[in-house]
Design a protein around this ligand. Structure first.
Ligand code: ADP
Ligand code: MG
Length: 386
């Protein structure tokens, strides 16, 4: 689960990770009031669940309260498109108005799980503010990776080692080490999957501040963090993904135009590879899982049908525990209820496959049944282009 910058900064504050003073505004008037309260120059920051806002016009400096109001009015209610949002962007519903900081230098710090080593890893670079992927590609020696033992937590000497790598010494080294330890504590206490500060800045008067704050949380651990669950912003969630979750279906939205329904995540990956090889582009994948019944299948199929980007659908089921006849019943039911305006290609194999094909054929609805998966992928790629 993802949260907003302003929410992450509140958590930071409560754990002793220093952040700039800021106020949340959901109207332009509130933006003006926040700026008035701070006096001086402020920064107006669009709150969406995506980064790259700075380059996309979602972080702007206002010298006066008038200007802050104007900037907030310009952002609120509009879609902001950044390189992380996809072409549709995300609607800005709130802005964070912060005291503008005089920045002496920008640093990068993050904590994630190192899956290969099976422990958290802290990544730090004195080259913050820019794309960390670019730093990693061009000057990998400018990034330090510090593995952390999850049982002992981040040790003082490890935190100081990172701080020294970032160019701190004396008192400021200790301030940086403390900040890193506090950040690690959030990561561990809240079962975060990512804690990132980009940029962590040193201001001209030598203060360390997290200017940006990003926290992602492990969905499977949310049940033990009701405080984090409350931070969920339903407006940021894809409504189709939400519906799928309610039905216990795994649904992932992608950028193409072919709806994909499969049983099993591995089969989903293989199916998408084949569609791509055939020149098609999946709009989503919906994994109905093992023991789905006709109702659940119908719900899944309706979700795929209600995505206006979908121009063709491929259903690829290998019947094991999930019986092909049940799947066919569910698909026919949903197609009758909802009405289908796009071509549907179905490939069924395994338990009761023949019975499933018979149900589809006798339904009177237009399904194309493919024998082999490669034929199915080729067919769906073809029709999606028409
Ligand atoms: P994003 O990562 O989405 O682009 P950031 O919060 O990192 O958004 O902001 C982008 C840039 O804007 C930062 O690198 C920093 O230079 C500047 N910035 C952000 N907040 C402030 C602030 N409070 N004062 C001064 N500059 C800021
Ligand atoms: Mg940033």
């Amino acid at each position: 689960m993802n949260i907003h910058e302003y929410q992450a900064k509140e958590l930071f504050r409560s754990y002793g990770v220093p952040v700039p003073e800021g106020h949340l505004a959901s109207t332009a008037q509130q933006g003006r009031e926040a700026a008035q309260e701070f006096g001086g120059t402020v920064v107006v920051k669009a709150q969406i669940h995506a980064g790259g806002r700075g380059k996309a016009g979602g972080v702007k400096v206002a010298a006066t309260a008038d200007q802050a109001e104007e900037l907030a009015a310009g952002m609120l209610g509009r879609a902001l498109v950044t390189h992380q949002t996809g072409p549709e962007g995300r609607i800005v519903r709130k802005v964070l108005v912060e005291k503008a900081q005089r920045i002496a230098r920008e640093i990068y710090v993050s904590i994630t799980l190192d899956r290969a080593k099976g422990c958290p890893v802290i990544m730090a670079s004195p080259d913050g503010g820019m794309d960390i992927e670019e730093v990693a590609a061009k000057t990998p020696e400018r990034i330090l990776r510090q593995s952390v033992d999850p049982l002992y937590g981040l040790a003082d000497f490890e935190a100081r080692r990172i701080a020294a790598f970032l160019g701190f010494s004396g008192k400021s080294m200790h301030a940086c080490a403390r900040l890193l330890k506090n950040l690690f504590q959030i990561y561990q206490d809240k079962d975060a999957s990512l804690a990132e500060i980009n940029p962590l800045v040193v201001t001209e008067d030598g203060t360390l501040l997290a200017l940006d704050a990003k926290l992602n949380f492990e969905d499977n651990a949310l049940y033990r963090h009701s405080d984090i669950m409350e931070l969920e912003d339903p407006a940021e969630e894809d409504s189709l993904e939400k519906q799928a979750k309610e039905h216990g279906l795994n649904y992932i939205r992608l950028e193409g135009n072919i709806g994909v329904m499969v049983n099993g995540a591995g089969l989903a990956m293989a199916t998408m590879d084949l569609i791509k090889q055939a020149g098609g582009d999946p709009a989503n994948f919906l994994d109905v899982g093992g023991g789905a019944g006709a109702e659940k299948i119908a719900a899944g199929f309706r979700i795929i049908l209600s995505d206006p980007h979908v121009k063709a659908i491929l259903i690829n089921i290998f019947g094991g525990i999930l019986r092909c006849d049940l799947l066919a019943e569910g698909v026919v039911k949903a197609a009758r209820d909802t009405g289908v305006g796009v071509p549907i290609i179905i490939r069924l194999q395994g338990t009761n496959a023949e019975e499933g094909r018979r149900i589809l054929a006798e339904s009177g609805l237009r399904f194309t049944v493919a024998e082999h998966l490669s034929d199915a992928a080729r067919l769906v790629a073809e029709v999606s282009e028409q």
